[in-house]
Design a protein around this ligand. Structure first.
Ligand code: 5AD
Ligand code: SF4
Length: 440
């Protein structure tokens, strides 16, 4: 979501004459768009700020001014502390106020000093942003689109409900309009974004539409949109209608990120996740029934307060049972103001490290096995650009793996059939299945 937000900040600043540059040394304004989800993310902000200060000093010697802004969730959660610790920062703004950036920049130009805006304004930033194309990567063929923000679930460990605020959905009409603009500019694959994206319920036709309803509208109204994904989902909102849509809506990719965090019922309860490990297994089996080629990814936290060896073993067992195509796993990190941070029975650092290493080894094995299982299969690959070697093309599989194969540059932007021949650590090799008649 920060990638998406950064691009929208660039959109907002463009009418003021700003445009992106490659190096901070050449920038009149530098925005750090920050993440607060784990401790190290916030630490990185401070070390990065030290570096930016030096760049600013060097530029000053050349007679150039540099505005330094901190945006995102660290700004939201620790705005005042941040200004106290790094008073040379000009601008501090939370994720809900970036539509006000031009006004803030003008205020600094007029009055000098620092400006801080970490409100949760009543107006929606989405109504006030310019109608520009949102971020596009991989040769303008894929894009993110935020449809929902915030969270009301209050997991014990998580800062999101405090930094991103209450759960809200964007109206369907505004999402359709943005998707249409993206697709008109060449985008073939959209990833819908939200902290709780499957809790989406955007205004539509005097009522609201759910995520599967939104997906159906996107498919129906925008035929040139070929692929649809969504992140991040919560198991509690994985309703049957959404599971069915994985079978019925052809633009849904057979790949789902569904964080489970732990495989122990006791820890899941302490985390306030609202479901058991078996309920998660059951959701997965319904998904596999609806869409047999679906692959799953997840998030895991090891060392939540109170987690014993036995609880950790239950997580390992869940991973063995489900078999993931890839996953993110983290050591529990105490976040200020969250319920888990103050709980007794914090797990020792070396125990967390051991558990994380064991979990990651198992997940690595599963990822390798998944990649190897694709060898010999034919996959639809969205051709995103030229490869590194002459004659080679790069693409994206339904499972988000980069795929390298020989082909013609005219195929960039098409979806072609590729027979997978080689699994690498984080990518696949293959060759075009048929030369003709395969492009969609
Ligand atoms: N410590 C470690 N990992 C965390 N996550 C969220 N909060 C914490 C925390 N305090 C992880 C969860 C979530 C992902 C985005 O980050 O696994 O799904
Ligand atoms: Fe955080 Fe996700 Fe839990 Fe919301 S549902 S509190 S965003 S982990």
């Amino acid at each position: 979501m920060n990638v998406y937000d950064s691009a929208r900040m660039a959109d907002v600043l463009r009418p003021l004459g700003y445009s992106p540059v490659d190096l901070p040394d050449n920038a009149d304004m530098i925005i750090l768009n920050t993440c607060h989800i784990r401790e190290r993310a916030a630490e990185k902000v401070f070390s990065e700020l030290g570096r930016l200060r030096q760049i600013r000093e060097a530029r000053k010697l050349e007679g150039k001014e540099t505005l330094i802004a901190v945006a995102g969730c660290v700004a939201q959660a620790e705005g005042k502390e941040l200004l106290a610790r790094a008073p040379y920062v000009d601008l501090v703004l939370g994720p809900q106020t970036y539509h006000r950036l031009p006004e803030m920049v003008a205020r600094i130009a007029r009055a000098g000093g620092s400006v801080i805006d970490t409100d949760f304004p009543v107006e929606s930033k989405f109504d006030l942003l310019p109608e520009e194309a949102a971020p596009q990567n991989e040769g303008n063929l894929t894009a993110f689109l935020t449809i929902q923000e915030g969270c009301d679930k209050f997991c014990s460990f998580c800062v999101v409900p405090y930094t991103r605020g209450a759960e809200t959905s964007r109206p369907v009409a505004s999402i359709l309009a943005e998707a249409e603009r993206l697709v008109a500019s060449g985008v073939k694959e959209i990833t819908l974004l939200g902290q709780n994206v499957n809790a989406f319920h955007g205004d539509w036709n005097g009522g609201t539409a759910s995520l599967p309803e939104l997906a159906a509208l996107l498919h129906e109204k925008i035929p040139a949109l070929k692929r649809l994904r969504y992140i991040t989902s919560h198991p509690r909102d994985m309703e049957q209608a959404l599971i069915d849509a994985h079978r019925d809506n052809p633009i849904f990719m057979p790949y789902l990120h569904l964080p489970v965090q732990s495989g122990s019922d006791k820890v899941l309860k302490a985390m306030n996740r609202g479901h058991t490990a078996d309920e998660y297994r059951e959701i997965i089996s319904r998904l596999r029934e609806a869409r047999p080629d679906i692959a799953l990814t997840s998030d895991f936290i090891v060392g939540h307060p109170g987690e014993t060896d036995e609880d950790f073993e239950a997580t390992m067992q869940l991973v063995r049972d489900v078999r993931f195509a890839s996953a993110y796993s983290f050591k529990y990190s105490q976040r200020p103001g969250t319920p888990a941070a103050g709980q007794p029975f914090q797990v020792a650092e070396d125990v967390k490290e051991k558990r994380l290493a064991a979990l990651q080894a198992l997940l690595r094995e599963q990822q390798d096995a998944f990649n190897a299982s694709l060898v010999g299969t034919v996959q639809d690959v969205l051709v995103t650009g030229l490869g590194r070697k002459p004659g080679q093309l790069n693409g994206r599989s339904p499972y988000l793996q980069p795929v390298h194969f020989e082909g013609d540059p005219s195929q960039i932007g098409q979806i072609v059939k590729v027979r997978i021949t080689a699994p690498f650590t984080n990518s696949l090799g293959g060759h075009l299945h048929e030369q003709e008649g395969t492009a969609i």
